[in-house]
Ligand binder design. Structure first.
Ligand code: G3P
Ligand code: CA
Length: 241
C-alpha cells in the first residue's frame, strides 16, 4: 500500500513546517511527515523551506542571517488565521513531537542554494539522539549532500530529489547508491515507468500530489508513497482505490 506523506505537514490547513502542521498530519492519518531543514546563524538545525524568512514569517532576510532566538521571535503563521504567533521549530523539537507517534519522517536538507557546513552531521546526530534511523528518509536536491550522508555512514534511506525530466532516472539513482527517487509527479509516465524503478531496487515517491485524480493514479501505479499537502484527502482516496 502506498504511504501518505504530509508535505511540510498538513500545510493546506496549518502553516507549513510548523508543529501544528505536523500534529494535524498525525491526526489526519498520514504515514509520514516531510519537512525541510536549514541552519540558523548560530548553527541550529531549523525547519524552514525557503532560504529567506520573508514568505512564511513576518520577518525578512536570509534564514542564515538569523540566530535561533531571532527566528523564534518571528511569527511563522504566514498570515493563516488561528495560528498567530506560531514559531519556527527546531529539528530537535520536531523530532521530540514525532518520535512517539510512530510516523516516518522525510528530512529534506535544503542546501542547494546556501552552503550549510555541518548540516549533514547535525541532522544525523538529531536522528541518533531520537533513535529514529529506521523511520527517517533523508532527501536532497543536492546529490553531493546525499553522497556525504553516505560517507558519514548513515543507515537512513536516501531519497534523490530532482526537478528536470531525467531520462531513465533509475540508472543515475542506482549509480548514486540511493534507495529512492523523489520526482515531480508529472515525470512519472505510467505503471511501467514505476516498474522500471522497482526493478532497479528503488522506491518511488512523487511530489506534490494533491488532486483526487492524481492521487488515485499514483496509488494504482504502485508508488511507495506520495507527498501531499492534503493528507486527509489522500487517506480517503487511498481507501477507495
Ligand atoms: O520532498 C518533496 C518536496 O518537498 C520537494 O520540493 O520545494 O516542496 O521542498 P519542495
Ligand atoms: Ca521539501
Amino acid at each position: 500500500m502506498s504511504e501518505i506523506w504530509a508535505h511540510r505537514g498538513a500545510r493546506r490547513e496549518a502553516p507549513e513546517n510548523t508543529l501544528p502542521a505536523f500534529e494535524l498530519a498525525v491526526s489526519q492519518g498520514a504515514d509520514g511527515v516531510e519537512l525541510d531543514v536549514q541552519l540558523s546563524a548560530d548553527g541550529v538545525v531549523v525547519v524552514m523551506h525557503d532560504e529567506s524568512v520573508d514568505r512564511t514569517t513576518d520577518g525578512n532576510g536570509p534564514v542564515v542571517a538569523h540566530t535561533l532566538a531571532q527566528l523564534q521571535r518571528l511569527d511563522a503563521s504566514a498570515g493563516m488565521a488561528g495560528f498567530a504567533g506560531v514559531q519556527v521549530p527546531t529539528l530537535a523539537a520536531t523530532l521530540d513531537l514525532l518520535a512517539p507517534t510512530g510516523l516516518k519522517v522525510d528530512i529534506e536538507l535544503k542546501n542547494s542554494e546556501e552552503d550549510y557546513p555541518g548540516l549533514e552531521e547535525q541532522v544525523l546526530a538529531a536522528i541518533a539522539a531520537h533513535d529514529l534511523a529506521d523511520r527517517v528518509v533523508l532527501s536532497s536536491f543536492n546529490h553531493y549532500s546525499l553522497k556525504k550522508l553516505q560517507a558519514l555512514g548513515t543507515t537512513c534511506e536516501l531519497g534523490m530529489l530532482y526537478t528536470d525530466p531525467l531520462y531513465k532516472p533509475w540508472r543515475y539513482a542506482s549509480r548514486l547508491g540511493v534507495g529512492a527517487i523523489h520526482p515531480p509527479a508529472r515525470f512519472i509516465l505510467g505503471g511501467g515507468w514505476v516498474r522500471h524503478a522497482h526493478a532497479a531496487g528503488l522506491a518511488v515517491r512523487p511530489w506534490v500530489v494533491n488532486s483526487e485524480r492524481a492521487l488515485a493514479r499514483m496509488f494504482r501505479w504502485g508508488v511507495e508513497g506520495v507527498f501531499t499537502d492534503v493528507p486527509a484527502v489522500a487517506v480517503a482516496v487511498r481507501s477507495a482505490v
